[in-house]
Write a protein that binds this ligand. Structure first.
Ligand SMILES: Cc1cc2nc3c(=O)[nH]c(=O)nc-3n(C[C@H](O)[C@H](O)[C@H](O)COP(=O)(O)OP(=O)(O)OC[C@H]3O[C@@H](n4cnc5c(N)ncnc54)[C@H](O)[C@@H]3O)c2cc1C
Length: 385
């Protein structure tokens, strides 16, 4: 094996978290290596719903990866009692993750990061001031490593970070839907609720197909395929051609006690459990945490404090507060929907401010925690329920 190569930072994983961290660090002039075990464009199980707030955080044009936009949400309860709510402007863009992630990784390379695809991290050795990452092809040494290897990546296990996070199951189908279904869901997303204790089914419209899937709460993963099949049937899509069907966990960090950074290792995105328990989205938090990790590494290399402490503090302040508010809203909403479905669906149809607040959060004009502060009734119900 060749001698070890030296960098300022090594990023393990080239998804949205890793590509963003690498792009930011390379832009700041840091010698940055990305190790990605697959070759982009690669499939990633995901609804591909990119809220407008995520696009703002990305800070790049994602137009070439966008297959559609959504400004209407249709809420239903196991296919019944449905109603629609409209946002004046699109609140989310629909992408296929292979093209979206490839775009972000190319932007990292264009900014100057060295990108090694088809090269997964095999082992990591953490010393007092450096990390050595070994792959099948080489050894790489840097003062900092960013673990951006997703919900099933090894960096957390190897370092003891981000462990014991609750995980929900999610299952996604890409369906070549008939023309009538494509027309029905044009610019519209379905959110089908009622699963105990929480979870939802979704339809997201793409170019010529639909992403249909289900996310269920921790511990409910065994029934996810059967539940998804029932959902597909209710949508009238049984028998439609399915081009992929893949399940994948989503992890959730709750509160600030789980360590996600220590010494020279910083976990970002799904590896750190930074996903929202109301919508199960994670791309926004992957991008945001990648940005925060890059800033902390740059500051520490410049002699300003410790990267791990700065990063975790920044995540706790600017991301975790939002995730904890999303969890409170999620518990309140899904509990009402499962305990009193008729009343909850009727009330959520009537209470327009709930949807106005939701659209504001999705468009990046507000945050879950700021909306909770603004609406005493909503805040009170998250405490009571
Ligand atoms: C079914 C499903 C639907 C979802 N729908 C949405 C949605 O509509 N909108 C939304 O915002 N979020 C959604 N999410 C969540 C979203 O997919 C994640 O939050 C997001 O992908 C996190 O980005 P990441 O960069 O942290 O991790 P990932 O996107 O998982 O990227 C991790 C990368 O690390 C690489 N890797 C893994 N191990 C190694 C290794 N040893 N060495 C090198 N590389 C490695 C992987 O190949 C991968 O490219 C969904 C999740 C699921 C499971």
């Amino acid at each position: 094996m060749q001698d070890a190569q030296h960098f300022d930072a090594i990023v393990i994983g080239g998804g949205p978290a890793g590509s963003t961290a690498a792009r930011k660090m390379a832009t700041l002039g840091l010698r940055t290596l990305v190790l990605e075990r697959s070759r982009h464009p690669r499939y990633k199980a995901c609804g591909g719903g990119v809220p407008a707030r995520t696009v703002k955080l990305v800070g790049l044009s994602i137009e070439e990866a966008v297959e559609g936009e959504v400004s209407t949400i249709e809420v239903s309860h196991f296919g019944e009692r449905s109603f629609r709510k409209h946002s004046a402007e699109p609140f989310a863009y629909m992408v296929m993750r292979d093209r979206f992630d490839a775009l972000l990784l190319s932007a990292a390379a264009e900014a100057g990061a060295e990108v090694h695809e088809d090269e997964g991290a095999r082992a990591i050795e953490v010393n007092a001031t450096t990390v050595c990452v070994t792959t099948e092809r080489g050894r790489y040494i840097a003062p900092y490593t960013i673990g951006a290897d997703g919900a099933t990546g090894p960096t957390g296990r190897w370092t003891g970070l981000g462990q014991t996070l609750p995980r929900s199951a999610a299952y996604e189908l890409e369906i070549e839907a008939p023309a009538a279904s494509l027309e029905r869901w044009e610019a519209t997303a379905n959110v089908d609720v009622g699963y105990r204790p929480w979870g939802y089914g979704w339809v997201f419209p793409k170019a010529g197909r639909l992403s249909v899937g289900l996310v269920l709460s921790p511990g409910r993963g065994q029934s996810i395929r059967a539940e998804t099949a029932r959902y597909v049937e209710r949508l009238g899509l049984r028998g439609a051609s399915v081009s992929s069907a893949v399940g994948h966990p989503i992890l959730y960090r709750r509160g600030t006690t789980t360590a996600i950074a220590r010494g020279p290792v910083l976990l970002t995105g799904d590896a750190a459990g930074l996903a929202d328990e109301f919508t199960a989205e994670g791309i926004a938090y992957a991008v945001h945490s990648g940005t925060l990790a890059a800033a902390s590494v740059e500051a520490a290399l410049g002699g300003a404090g410790q990267a791990a402490a700065q990063y975790q503090e920044a995540v706790d302040r600017s991301i975790q507060a939002e995730l904890d508010a999303a969890r409170a809203i999620s518990r309140m909403y899904y509990r009402c929907v499962t305990l009193w479905p008729r009343l909850a669906l009727w009330a959520s149809r009537q209470v327009d401010y709930f949807w106005r607040a939701f659209f504001r959060v999705m468009r990046g004009e507000a945050r879950y925690d700021s909306e909770l502060k603004r609406w005493p009734l909503l805040r009170a119900s998250t405490r009571v329920l």
